[in-house]
Design a protein around this ligand. Structure first.
Ligand SMILES: Cc1cc2nc3c(=O)[nH]c(=O)nc-3n(C[C@H](O)[C@H](O)[C@H](O)COP(=O)(O)OP(=O)(O)OC[C@H]3O[C@@H](n4cnc5c(N)ncnc54)[C@H](O)[C@@H]3O)c2cc1C
Length: 387
């Protein structure tokens, strides 16, 4: 038996013994997902146990170094772990912007003290983060951000406003882009700051959506004092950290909707397709595209881990992944007919299909719009004239 075969059989046995049966069922809805944090609310003992067992082994972040709470697994072992988790339909034990966005940026740009301080807490799900990038006047043109950050000698003083800050009202800390030099060209006067959302002067105002949910907030900073050692990377060079983090965010968003699904859409819809040859053909086309995307994602992750991925490749993955996810949900709605539009009458489903379909519309906006990704691909990958 090779080392990897041995690792697979040990992993399979450990998961069989440690993944609670309830955690092998898909989450019912948003409220059934574990985000961790200072005030974590667990829906069940199974959810809590699953997080604790995975964190104990470093498997919430299997490829991070053990010294920072990770599993220290090689890329090949990480892939096997993911395959084994998918095989039993195991839930992600922890959803976390700390894991999918901030962690990779800290591993690359953080100093040793910052890594020691934040990474193990992120890995154990003890700290919940939000992302303070967008502002009322800085979305696609993110580098136009105006949140002001002054050097007051022994601390930073932050004043300004962010918008669309997902879960700002639930997060413990924020990773935030601020302007530290108002005279420099716009990309060069930005710094990347971390601070506690409980700091005096931080306030949030949830944005109520048509669905009735408030997944994000306006976030206000009014004379917020931030310790000097909480800037990541060089002061005024935060744009490099911001871009690197965005690559990881785009990679994460590209996998939404497709990554966790093991069965094809044709299998999932089953009888609903029986009488409709046109819809069947559309679903077959989608399943082929989804298979190709999965293969491309796998190759991309391998290249990324080997340090061989093109820096603009996450834009390509995000564009294709989010467009596919939108198509998937259009097809689910088409197969469901008028009953898929049900919103509130069926309490057990609570308009799941319609709500999920509407949510996919945001996939091609969050983390940078599809138009912006196409612009990046045209310029940096295809090197098109005039791009
Ligand atoms: C669900 C969701 C969650 C989010 N969470 C967060 C978060 O946690 N933190 C955070 O900081 N932000 C968050 N955002 C904000 C998101 O990053 C921005 O909405 C996005 O970058 C677009 O910015 P904007 O909304 O200001 O649109 P604009 O930049 O005003 O764009 C409007 C339209 O113009 C197009 N456009 C703009 N510039 C160009 C161009 N150069 N070429 C072609 N077309 C262009 C865009 O594609 C878009 O269609 C979230 C957004 C959504 C939808």
């Amino acid at each position: 038996m090779t080392d990897l075969e041995g690792f697979r059989s040990e992993t399979r046995a450990w998961l069989a013994a440690n993944c609670p049966p309830e955690m092998r069922e898909p989450a019912r809805d948003e409220s059934d997902i574990c985000w961790g944090g200072r005030n974590a609310v667990f829906q069940s003992d199974a959810q809590k146990n699953w997080l604790e067992r995975m964190a104990e082994r470093g498997w919430t972040v299997p490829d991070w170094p053990k010294a920072y709470g990770g599993g220290g697994l090689s890329p090949a072992e990480t892939k096997i772990l993911k395959q084994e988790l998918a095989r039993i339909g195991a839930r992600n034990p922890l959803y976390s912007f700390g894991i999918s966005m901030l962690g990779p940026a800290l591993l690359k740009y953080g100093n040793e003290a910052q890594k020691q301080r934040f990474l193990p807490e992120i890995a154990r799900g003890q700290i919940r983060w939000c992302q303070g990038y967008s502002e009322p006047g800085a979305g696609s043109d993110l580098a136009s951000l105006q949140t002001k950050c002054e050097d007051k000698g022994d601390h930073w003083l932050v004043n300004g406003q962010k918008v669309w800050t997902s879960y700002a009202d639930k997060a413990d800390w924020i990773f935030c882009l601020v302007r530290t030099d108002t005279q420099a060209p716009k990309h060069q006067g930005i710094s990347f700051l971390l601070f506690d959302m409980a700091s005096p002067g931080v306030s949030t105002k949830p944005i109520l959506l048509i669905s009735g949910n408030s997944p994000f907030c306006e976030t206000f900073f009014d004379d917020v004092k931030v310790p000097k050692d909480q800037a990541v990377g060089e002061v005024n060079k935060g744009w490099d950290v911001a871009k690197y983090l965005l690559g990881h965010e785009r990679e994460m968003i590209s996998g939404m909707g497709l990554g966790g699904q093991t069965e094809s859409l044709g299998e999932a819809l089953g009888d609903a397709l029986a009488d409709d040859p046109i819809l069947r053909a559309d679903v077959a086309r989608f399943d082929v595209d989804a298979m190709a995307f999965r293969a491309m994602s796998e190759r991309f992750i391998d290249q990324l881990k080997a340090g061989q991925a093109h820096p603009a490749q996450p834009s390509m993955m995000k564009y294709v992944g989010t467009e596919l996810n939108k198509t998937r949900h259009e097809l689910v709605m088409a197969a469901g007919g008028s009953s898929a539009l049900e919103w509130e009458s069926d309490r057990s489903k609570q308009g799941k299909a319609a709500r999920e379909w509407l949510r996919t519309k945001a996939n091609s906006i969050e983390g940078g719009t599809s138009e912006i990704q196409l612009g990046i691909i045209a310029k940096r990958i295809l090197a098109l004239p005039g791009a």
